[in-house]
Design a binder for this molecule. Structure first.
Ligand SMILES: [Zn+2]
Length: 452
């Protein structure tokens, strides 16, 4: 029999989670090189001390992941509790604390990885230990996986596990990083769960033209052609495609807003009016850009290369463009949209002097926005953060979920953080996780996992 979170005093478990988080932060798993094995062994050691079996798998020296399984009653489908052990680099000189000290200051655990994603590892670990000690049985089998290499593409972590040991992590559901934070819009609070991720499709453009002395300008200057192509891509919004997630997000947002924002958001739900409606929304420009990116494939020019002498017209000029694809769209459909813009801007003659290449692409992923798991999430959020409206979220970047969704797993990014937690430290400076946020996460996730 499991107890609801209300009958448990979470202060002790929250302190314990904070201690595990400090220990994990102190194990420097900056990727590259990673060295996640030490952290994987730490997690395995803590579990084994509680009588819970765990295995560390190491596909390459130092690149370990840890997996453990705890049987439930079987009343509900199993869930994979995923997190990653590697972190991005930190420049100590920019921080106000040592990024690998794991020190507690002002009620928060400081350090690289505290928000991305060792705090979540500490939560899963503490939940499983607490269930063991109290004799609680969950309705679901719980599989804990804390993995290597998320920050550099997952080749030594989830991707490797999917390709080599999928049976160890396979479950109908997975809870992961990438959602659960709260958003404020016009004084309304929303809590997110991430059920879809855009994917990357990098674009390389190379313009060609005759080289020559810059004292005699020519019409076919490669630099000018490239500039025209880039300006067209950067200034022309791609067509709107409404996904299930964008609909759920926008409808959830709108429902809690007063007029005129409510109708303004409502107008986004029609593909014919969405482009103008998003431009006219009376909200912060940053947030308008977020909404716009959720409605369409995108293309952001990022790198330009041309010439090395002021008095020489170069024969080539090149650019790189970071494109992102919506769920339901493909690299091919994006290529068609890009080609149409370039044709219109440059004409057939210009396009003939432009090489277009897509050196890297992957497929976007989306899990259903409404399932029995999201119903459990909704109930737990209503209990612990009644002011928050729960909405599905599409991430513009990708997590390891991209390897699991194509295998048929329903993955939700859901690490619940209470309103007010500053997440700017993710991949930034002074990353830290307040201990009350750990306590909040324990309560919400306990209720999600024990819901019968
Ligand atoms: Zn992460």
């Amino acid at each position: 029999v499991t107890r609801s979170s209300h009958s448990i005093d979470w202060a002790g478990p929250a302190r314990e989670a904070a201690r595990h988080l400090s220990c994990l932060v102190r194990l420097d798993t900056t990727n590259p090189p990673g060295n996640e094995t030490a952290a994987a062994r730490y997690v395995a050691g803590v579990l084994e001390a509680e009588g819970i079996g765990a295995q560390v798998l190491e596909p390459a020296p130092g690149r370990g992941s840890v997996i453990a399984r705890v049987a439930g009653t079987g009343n509900k489908p199993a869930v994979l509790l995923l997190s990653h052990l590697d972190v991005v680099p930190a420049t100590a000189a920019e921080w106000s604390a040592d990024p690998f000290s794991g020190e507690t200051r002002d009620g928060a655990v400081w350090g690289r990885g505290s928000l991305d994603c060792k705090g979540l590892t500490a939560l899963w670990l503490t939940l499983i230990i607490h269930a063991r000690r109290t004799g609680a049985r969950f309705p679901r089998d719980l599989i804990l996986a804390a993995t290597a290499d998320e920050e550099a593409g997952g080749s030594w972590g989830v991707r490797w596990l999917v390709e080599n040991h999928f049976d160890l992590i396979d479950a109908p559901f997975c809870l992961n990083e990438g959602g659960g934070m709260t958003i404020q819009l016009n004084n309304r609070t929303y809590m997110t769960y991430q059920n879809s991720e855009k994917s990357v499709c990098w674009l390389k453009l190379q313009a060609r033209g005759p080289a020559g002395h810059a004292s005699i300008p020519i019409d076919e200057n490669a630099v000018v052609l490239l500039a025209e192509a880039i300006a067209a891509l950067g200034r022309t919004p791609l067509p709107v495609h409404l996904t299930e997630t964008a609909r759920g997000y926008i409808m959830g947002m709108a429902a809690a807003q007063p007029e005129p924002i409510r109708s303004g958001l409502g107008a986004l739900l029609d593909e014919r009016t969405a482009a103008e409606a998003v431009a006219a929304l009376p909200i912060e420009p940053f947030y308008r850009n977020v909404l716009s990116a959720m409605l369409r494939n995108t293309a952001s020019p990022t790198i330009l290369r041309a010439g090395d002498k002021t008095n020489v017209i170069p024969s080539t000029a090149s650019a790189e463009v970071d494109c992102r694809i919506l769920p339901g769209q493909t690299p091919d459909s994006l290529r068609g949209e890009i080609a149409a813009i370039l044709e219109r801007a440059l004409g057939p003659k210009g396009v003939a002097r432009l090489e277009i290449e897509f050196p890297r692409s992957s497929l976007p992923t989306e899990s259903p926005a409404q399932t029995e798991m999201t119903a459990d999430i909704k109930a737990a959020v209503a209990r612990h953060c009644p002011e928050a409206h729960l909405i599905p979220l599409m991430a513009t970047g990708a997590t390891d979920a991209r390897y699991l969704r194509p295998k048929g797993m329903t993955v939700y990014g859901f690490w619940p953080l209470p309103p007010g937690v500053d997440v700017r430290g993710v991949h930034g400076v002074d990353e830290r996780l307040p201990i009350p946020a750990l306590e909040f996460g324990l309560k919400v996730l306990w209720d999600v996992l024990t819901a019968s």
